[in-house]
Design a protein around this ligand. Structure first.
Ligand SMILES: Nc1ncnc2c1ncn2[C@@H]1O[C@H](COP(=O)(O)OP(=O)(O)OP(=O)(O)O)[C@@H](O)[C@H]1O
Ligand SMILES: [Mg+2]
Length: 491
């Protein structure tokens, strides 16, 4: 039975938490201040700490640091009042596992505690397992030599067989789609459907009917009954991409499906039960959306049962050579099916075959320069690889793939040279301690407002597009637009 240490100076609250967690089946220990708690930690085995941040004497934050010295892997969940969110963020930076905002419900506390214990257990088991077997995870189409990616794959392997909901996090282009599919393939549902839905790509008013389907006549234009993605994904996996963009009313419905695994079609009365494993993905910190109130906290905790964070490419550059090899094979192959004759410098052969109609895919040869012949791409020069590994990859693996594809199409020789590689993103300037950080006379807030206005202008007032330009969810953008006096248009 896991033991939970509760640190709370207010006696009534402390007692309440003790009783509730005991009822939920945990062993509990309690301390009125950090000093007593540290004493206890040194003597006893504790699996998780739940601590108030505002304590008499040593603060919760100081406690956190001291506790991490005693046991670095100990999960510490902090409790803090609504007005003091900055301290919660600070606590997360100092290594807190999660935070809950006061006032909270006991159900919320239980959920967070159980989630953290689960993740902790997974991590420990994984480490132990891998050490015992000296195991490395290896899939043919995934480059994951680095320790960071190995950790991701270990987690994938561990959670794939379960039905737990998974929240995939990571910047744009890091491989969230790839990992979602991998989880499906490695699960017992692999033979079932893998259905993907991207909430940013679908107009807000259509999202619900896409997810839940509709009955004939549910709204104008609903000429027939149509099942939604949830029904289509029965016995399989539903991948909900860009979850941060799901509008509030749909969030409520999602919460219900997650809790009860049932829903009704739009305009329908029959309750439909489904057996679906949900994987959600987001390319930003959903916590920011939580703080701004654009994403429901209860839904967040339901989704975040097993978080898997995929690191940005700049944090696992060791994988670049393998990625390049994969992409070279992928794109050289594509060009070879495009252009069946692969001779160096032999323009005529390919042109002849195309002209005589022998090539079934002749229509696609215009992807490169028309009439050009592809040469067998056999590799990449060391300087070219160095150029790739030196880059900071703001667009992550997707950007790397695009650049390799372009280089494959345009390189004159059989080996990619540094000159064939065109890195189009602007490199950040070398650190110049003298240069001003912000434009003349602006505060950070003013500058942010300018950028938001500019994005809104460039997107011609289209909020989804503006949000994409800014890497924000539609909801987060709406919040910021309102702040600078651009109101939300009525739907
Ligand atoms: N570790 C990897 N090994 C091999 N290919 C990878 C790896 N990571 C990403 N890719 C490839 O990079 C491309 C982009 O990845 P993917 O579409 O999964 O990213 P994403 O995180 O879903 O992006 P977005 O946030 O834009 O939706 C895909 O072609 C994918 O197969
Ligand atoms: Mg994606």
């Amino acid at each position: 039975m896991p033991t939970i240490l509760i640190i709370e100076d207010e006696a009534r609250m402390r007692r309440l938490l003790e009783l509730d967690l005991a009822e939920a089946g945990f062993e509990t220990r309690a301390a009125p201040d950090a000093e007593a708690a540290l004493d206890l930690l040194r003597k006893e085995r504790v699996d998780l700490v739940l601590t108030d941040l505002k304590l008499p004497g040593m603060t919760g934050l100081e406690f956190l640091q001291a506790a991490k010295q005693i046991r670095a892997a100990l999960p510490v969940v902090v409790m803090t009042a609504y007005g003091t969110i900055e301290t919660a963020v600070e606590a997360m930076k100092a290594g807190a596992a999660d935070y809950v905002l006061k006032p909270f419900s006991l159900a919320e506390i239980r959920m967070v505690v159980e989630k953290e214990l689960d993740t902790g257990r997974l991590r420990e088991e994984n480490c132990a397992l891998r050490e015992a077997l000296g195991q490395r995870y290896d899939y043919p189409n995934v480059a994951a030599r680095s320790a960071k990616m190995q950790e991701v794959l270990a987690l994938v392997e561990r959670v794939a067989p379960t039905t737990s909901t998974i929240l995939l996090g990571g910047e744009s282009g890091v491989g969230k789609d790839l990992i979602a599919r991998l989880i499906h393939q490695r699960s017992s549902r692999a033979a079932g459907p893998f259905i993907k839905i991207n909430s940013t790509a679908i107009p807000e008013n259509l999202l619900e009917s896409e997810l839940f389907g509709y009955e004939k006549g549910a709204f104008t234009g609903a000429a027939t009954t149509k099942p939604g993605k949830f029904e289509m994904a029965d016995k399989g996996t539903l991948f909900l991409d860009e979850i941060g963009d799901v509008p509030a009313p749909t969030q409520v419905k999602l919460l219900r499906v997650l809790q009860e695994r049932e829903f009704e079609r739009l305009g329908g009365t029959r309750t439909i039960k489904v057996d679906v494993r949900l994987i959600a993905a987001t390319n930003r910190d959903l916590r920011a959306a939580l703080e701004q109130g654009t994403f429901r906290e209860d839904l967040y905790y339901r989704l975040n049962v097993v978080p898997i964070d995929i690191p940005p490419l700049r944090e696992h550059k060791e994988d670049i050579p393998d990625l390049v090899t994969l992409f070279l094979a992928r794109h050289a192959q594509q060009s070879s099916t495009d252009k069946p004759t692969r001779t160096v410098g032999g323009e005529s052969a390919a042109a002849d075959r195309t002209a005589s109609g022998e090539s079934a895919t002749a229509g696609r040869t215009t992807r490169g320069e028309p009439g050009r012949t592809t040469k067998p791409l056999i590799g990449i020069a060391p300087e070219a690889l160095r150029k790739l590994t030196d880059f900071h990859w703001p667009g992550n693996v997707r950007e790397l793939e695009n650049i390799i594809e372009r280089a494959c199409a345009l390189a004159p020789g059989p080996v990619l040279e540094a000159a064939d590689i065109h890195l189009d993103s602007v490199r950040p300037k070398a650190h110049d301690a003298e240069a001003p950080l912000l434009p003349e006379g602006k505060t950070l807030d003013q500058w942010e407002d300018d950028i938001i206005r500019e994005a809104y202008r460039r997107a011609n007032g289209n909020k989804s597009q503006a949000a994409r330009l800014l890497g924000l969810s539609r909801n987060a953008l709406r919040y910021r637009l309102e702040k600078i006096g651009i109101p939300d248009d009525p739907v």
